[in-house]
Write a protein that binds this ligand. Structure first.
Ligand code: ADP
Ligand code: MG
Length: 252
């Protein structure tokens, strides 16, 4: 397990000949094995923050530390499911799920033997040889998530994975994800717009301000686990929701 720290990270982009901050002085401390959500207005720099953590872009200032070691600009240390991370329509579900393993150089046969029990256990059994457009939105997202998990990093970044799903499917997917998180003992960083989702899933929520995004507040969620539909109706949940809503409202 690894400890992740983002220290005073800022990102300046250039658009229409003008420099602007997409992210400003952002610091996060991510405990090993925790579930942490990032919530904030659209365009405040959430995806930019993930791109920095994943080493896809370099921050203009600041550090990304993994167990104290600087990993700025280095990729391969975290699993990353991008916003709109789509399955390849011409590959079957199995062949989509094993993509990361193939990229790592693992043989197709070995990759399939690793993936098969996961597909079975996590609700995709019997769909291995189907193509993505034959599956529901929720099932496609499960496949995309399993693909990210199989890449086998301790720290997983998920950028609004359930954004396009209807409310009912979403709740099922959230419970499914919590099960995965428990089974695999991963550290998960999760971007969402949805306050209920953030509270339901997380140990900690970082609320970002509007652009340029910076940490407005870190909210710790003391709700007992395992959480289920009842959790959503508890007075503690409602109180937390009121608090987060108020903090976000001043940002809209
Ligand atoms: P969020 O994910 O919170 O909606 P983003 O991190 O995607 O926000 O973007 C933050 C801001 O930075 C937006 O104004 C966006 O248009 C801008 N931006 C993102 N990536 C780039 C880039 N590569 N070049 C220029 N501007 C960018
Ligand atoms: Mg985004």
């Amino acid at each position: 397990m690894h400890k992740l720290e983002i220290k005073n990270s800022s990102k300046i982009f250039r658009k229409d000949n003008k420099d602007f901050y997409a992210l400003k002085d952002t610091s996060l401390q991510i405990k090993e094995g925790s579930f942490v959500s990032i919530i904030g207005p659209s365009g405040c720099g959430k995806s930019t923050l993930f791109n920095i953590i994943a080493g896809l872009i370099k921050p203009s200032t600041g550090e990304v530390l993994l167990d104290g070691k600087d990993i700025v600009g280095k990729n391969g240390y975290v699993g990353y499911m991008l916003q709109k991370d789509l399955l390849l329509p011409w590959r079957t579900i199995m062949h989509n799920v094993i993509l990361g393993l193939e990229i790592k150089g693992i043989s197709k046969k070995e990759a399939i033997s690793q993936a098969a029990p996961l597909l079975e256990r996590y609700g995709l059994g019997g769909f291995e040889n189907h193509y993505p457009d034959e599956l529901s939105g929720g099932m496609r997202q499960r496949a995309a998530l399993l693909r990210t998990l199989l890449y086998d990093q301790d720290i997983i970044l998920l950028d609004e994975p359930f954004g396009a799903l209807d409310a009912q499917t979403r709740l099922l997917m959230q419970e499914w994800l919590l099960q995965i998180w428990v089974d695999f003992k991963k550290t998960i960083l999760f971007i969402t717009h949805d306050i209920d989702e953030a509270i339901f899933l997380s140990d900690d929520i970082y609320i970002l301000t509007q652009r340029p995004g910076t940490i407005k507040e870190k909210v710790t969620i003391p709700l007992a686990r395992p959480r289920n539909e009842q959790t959503l109706l508890s007075p503690e949940f409602i109180d937390l929701k009121e608090h987060v809503l108020k903090q976000l409202k001043t940002e809209e």
